[in-house]
Design a protein around this ligand. Structure first.
Ligand code: NAD
Length: 692
């Protein structure tokens, strides 16, 4: 239980010219904890006792309120809950103004919506992210917001968990004024310049949208929401904002909120929320060692290099792109510039921002151009000799403390750095394709990587707006290594009787964005083919091996880019391929396999079993720091459904006897050479990690 003293420390009340100013002080982000709620309730009472003519609620530090304190959400919430505080605001005898800066999200925005007036500093972002966290706004957001913006817009904003800037919030009626300059002075002036009557949003007349527009917004939100229960519920609640008296709907909203915040989806998403924050932390690492990165060199302007360039430019960093020759350089630079132009054309990028990014990009073929860079990252061919040569050349031109990074997908970074004079400054920065869109970066810590380099990489990942996960060197690090085991199981399922379509359907029915074969077709079958060829000399000849993808590659069926892979693409859309069915038949005959019917549920559980076992193996080897890092990796880089919390969270909440059965079946299917990971221990660990 927080003490009164803590409550007071969280919200300070002072009188300024007859107005009570309530300042929220709960660093780092003024989360709306119990102490904050209690402090606000006490502050409002004290304001009344002091005969205040009005109240301004404002945040100290970075923001207004970044949301409710999710740490409290696993158990019963203590009085006063947020709706209690909002009722005090509405019942107060004086007008209450929310003065927002930084962010006002979730419960923070709901508090502001419960105030009589809302003011915002120019760069403030506001939104209701609850739907993305598996539940619904529970303090009137579904009733007050639509009364200000209309139903259709509210459905869009709330269901997409959209954050909008102050200017847009002003335009749609969510904010009454954008205040330039000192926010508190602006709020006091707002109260002083005219009589400001009480004006509760709930007392405004209900919205009168065109029903067709509301239906269209609801349909769009439902299809985007993957049929999750909270999406249907939140739409139903928002529609209720059209009722004349909002009190019934408010009670309904609170009941739904209380039920869903402790249900499966929200619990899993909360696990991810905390895991994502922890994944960027290395215990004991001094982040103060991080070096500033002011300019970047990118070597290799292919698929990944171009995406990496766009990512750095978007983060405001100047980039020098290096290619092998003038032609390749011109192609790569013009491809990046063309993508900026296309973004402007689609209205996704302001023309002056595109011009700034264009000016921040230069190209060269001579490594000497990189001499002033603080970081150089290579994205050249996946070939050890080429990468070693590039790192050697970088070491000769860059300053001694500049960071050298590799974007390798699989290669041994320890071996890559061998021979360099300063190995400590080398680390992996493994981006995912397209690098400017995908949120994940695996920060790979080689044996010699020093603390300053690791800290620099983690800080840089956040500056780029990415989700870092720390991995040790291993073939495929965390994500690609697990994915290889998953893909191998998928291929064995096909060899044993399933069709690629059945396997893909089972994966998408579980919630994956795409099935494993559709993914292979998209990224190209040749990447894994190259890896298999590299591993061929050390492969155990007694282990089961699926020849089908090798045959497809030999036939030139490399995926979408060759208009055929596991599927045919006659009109750009995947359809089952007779050619592939023939290859599969022949492979089964060669292996002496009589194809069996495999049920969708078994396919799903076997795909998951392969992921969980490989994760347990790599955790035992220390490749990942903690079980939750695996969940963060799969959800941010591999299309694993977020609402399931990641593979380990999902498995930890299944019947252990069933998981053991899945593992036994996996062992049988893989056969010779199967390595069993400590699955039970890892699943216990992830539950313990959450409790801690
Ligand atoms: P790519 O073949 O599209 O591009 C490689 C580029 O590097 C080419 O443009 C080539 O001209 C250039 N290059 C080669 N040697 C060079 C040198 N010595 N100096 C300057 N430029 C040179 O390959 P990609 O798909 O962009 O992959 C690049 C790296 O990123 C690989 O290590 C790959 O494993 C990794 N990666 C790829 C993906 C993906 O999905 N494609 C994802 C993550 C990581």
């Amino acid at each position: 239980m927080p003490t009164d003293q803590q409550d007071k420390a969280c919200v300070e009340m002072r009188m300024v010219d007859g107005v009570a100013v309530l300042t929220i002080r709960n660093p780092p982000v003024n989360a709306g904890s119990h102490a904050v709620r209690k402090g606000l309730a006490d502050g409002l009472a004290e304001a009344a006792r002091n005969g205040a003519s009005g109240v301004v609620i404002i945040g100290d530090g970075r923001c207004f309120i970044a949301g409710s304190d999710l740490k409290e959400f696993d158990s019963k919430l203590e009085w006063p809950e947020l709706p209690d505080v909002i009722r005090l605001v509405e019942d107060a005898p004086f007008p209450v103004v929310a003065a927002m800066h930084g962010v006002a999200l979730g419960g923070g925005l709901e508090l502001a919506l419960g105030c009589d007036y809302r003011l915002a500093a120019p760069h403030t972002m506001v939104g209701l992210p609850e739907v993305g966290l598996g539940f619904v706004p529970g303090a009137g957001g579904t009733q007050r917001l639509p009364r200000l913006t209309g139903l259709a817009r509210a459905i869009d904003l709330i269901c997409a968990a959209r954050r909008i800037p102050a200017g847009e919030a002003l335009a749609i009626g969510l904010v009454d004024r954008v205040v330039e300059g000192d926010l508190l002075a602006g709020a006091l002036a707002f109260l002083a310049e005219a009589a400001r009557p009480k004006r509760a949003a709930l007392a405004l007349s209900p919205p009168t949208d065109d029903p067709a527009a509301v239906d269209a917004a609801a349909d769009k939100a439902l299809s985007r929401g993957k049929g999750r229960p909270n999406v249907a519920e939140v739409i139903r609640l928002i529609r209720r904002a059209a009722e004349a008296d909002g009190r019934d709907a408010l009670a309904d909203e609170r009941a739904v909120f209380q039920r869903l915040r402790v249900a499966e989806d929200a619990t899993a998403l909360r696990h991810l929320f905390f895991s994502e924050r922890r994944a960027g932390v290395v215990d004991g690492l001094d982040m103060g060692l991080a070096r500033a990165i002011g300019s970047v060199g990118v070597i290799g302007g292919g698929t990944m290099g171009q995406g990496i360039v766009r990512c750095f430019l978007a983060a405001g960093l100047p980039v020098i792109l290096i290619e092998r020759d003038e032609d390749s350089l011109a192609n790569a630079v013009s491809a990046v510039r063309a993508s900026l132009d296309a973004a402007v054309e689609k209205g996704r990028l302001a023309p002056d921002e595109a011009a700034r990014r264009n000016a921040a990009l230069t190209g060269a073929t001579d490594f000497a151009a990189l001499s002033g860079c603080d970081l150089a990252i290579e994205a050249v061919f996946e070939d050890m000799a080429v990468k070693r040569d590039v790192l050697g050349r970088l070491e000769r031109v860059l300053a001694q403390d500049a960071m050298l990074a590799t974007n390798t997908s699989y290669l041994d970074i320890n071996a890559m750095a061998e021979g360099l004079a300063h190995k400590g400054r080398v680390a992996g920065l493994h981006f995912f394709s397209p690098a400017d869109v995908m949120p994940l970066i695996e920060v790979v810590r080689a044996n010699a990587t020093d603390d300053a380099t690791l800290a620099t990489a983690l800080k840089l990942a956040r500056k780029l707006g990415k989700q870092p996960v720390v991995a040790r060197v291993a073939e495929g690090f965390i994500g690609n290594r697990i994915y290889a085991a998953y893909r191998r199981r998928a291929e064995l399922l096909v060899l044993d009787g399933a069709t690629p379509q059945q396997v893909d359907r089972a994966a998408t029915a579980f919630g994956f964005a795409m099935g494993p074969f559709a993914v292979s077709d998209m990224s190209g079958l040749d990447i894994a083919w190259a890896m298999r060829k590299r591993q061929a000399p050390t492969r155990d000849p007694a282990a089961r091996y699926v020849t089908i993808p090798d045959t497809l590659c030999e036939m030139g069926r490399l995926g979408r880019k060759t208009k055929g892979g596991w599927y045919d693409y006659p009109e750009g859309k995947p359809v089952p391929s007779d050619q592939v069915a023939d290859v599969i038949d022949k492979a089964r005959q060669a292996a002496g396999i009589a194809p069996a019917e495999i049920e969708e549920d078994v396919i799903q559980r076997q795909l998951l079993a392969a992921i969980v076992n490989e994760a347990a193996l790599l955790l035992a080897e220390g490749v990942a720091q903690r079980p939750s890092d695996v969940d963060v990796t799969l959800c941010n880089g591999y299309g694993f459904p977020r609402f399931r919390g990641g593979p380990l969270w999902w498995a930890a909440h299944q019947d252990r006897a069933v998981i053991a059965g899945d593992q036994a079946r996996l062992a049988e299917a893989i056969g010779h050479g199967f390595a069993a990971g400590p699955v039970d221990k890892v699943l216990n660990d992830i539950v313990e990690e959450r409790k801690g």
